[in-house]
Design a protein around this ligand. Sequence first.
Ligand SMILES: [Zn+2]
Length: 70
Amino acid sequence: MKLECPYCKNELIKGFIYSGRYSFKWHDENAGLLERVTVFGGEVLSDNIKVICYRCKNCNKIIIDLNECS
Ligand SMILES: [Zn+2]
């Protein structure tokens, strides 16, 4: 399935990114100081250390599919 970038309509390249040893966590931009400077808090988005993503090389954006891992 070919996907296009929602910003520039360029074709997205399928790949994956690694989180290293840790799970991917979401932090709201209004996160408190403790959450900003420590490992505490945040919402675990995926327990997989590797998630599938689609990259637009034109505008340098990545769309991550948190449910898809390989
Ligand atoms: Zn784009």
